[in-house]
Design a binder for this molecule. Structure first.
Ligand code: ZN
Length: 178
């Protein structure tokens, strides 16, 4: 199984500050499995261009990602973060799977179900509709790669969140014979 992991808002100080940390821990865990992966973390601040919106498609970040999309993968996880103080619909959640496009099929609900099953019962997991274009997910779907966007509460431990994703990926690998 091959997974592409992205963080289009991966600046460690300004935007989605937890995203890069989750991916760093996830990579260490995946190295102990036979799951192949590629990661794409955009360190540029979101203010210099939102890499998750359609106008960013010709940026160096998106062009590097596209090469991987063309090669193909079994899944793309788009990793985001939000502050605990958010007033958005994410408020009160620890992890939120976004339903962005009909072409995602049952994947958002499936991943939500896996997250609920592998995480501690105190962890509040949500499945919510996206309110904006998630262009990384959209472009992956255009290349036939199943893709989802996942938001993470930045008050949670990035290592724990990475462990939860690694467990979900291992289940996906087994259940889908990948
Ligand atoms: Zn984000």
């Amino acid at each position: 199984m091959k997974v592409i992991v992205t963080a289009p808002h991966g600046n460690k100080f300004l935007n989605d500050v937890i995203a890069g940390h989750i991916i760093k821990h996830l990579v260490k865990l995946l190295d102990k499995t036979d799951i192949q992966y590629e990661t794409f973390i955009n360190e540029e601040p979101r203010s210099s261009g939102d890499q998750n919106r359609p106008p960013a498609r010709d940026s160096p970040y998106r062009e590097a990602l596209r090469e991987s999309l063309v090669e193909g993968a079994d899944l793309l996880l788009d990793i985001h973060g939000f502050p605990n103080s958010t007033t958005s619909p994410f408020k009160g959640h620890d992890i939120v799977v976004l339903r962005s496009y009909k072409t995602q099929g049952t994947l958002p609900a499936y991943y939500y179900y896996l997250l609920k099953n592998v995480s501690d019962p105190t962890m509040k997991v949500g499945l919510l509709p996206a309110t904006a274009e998630n262009d990384v997910v959209k472009e992956a779907l255009e290349h036939g790669i199943p893709a989802i966007l996942i938001e993470h509460n930045e008050s949670q431990a990035s290592e724990l969140l990475a462990k939860i994703h690694c467990k979900c990926l291992k289940i996906i690998q087994v259940e889908n014979g990948l």
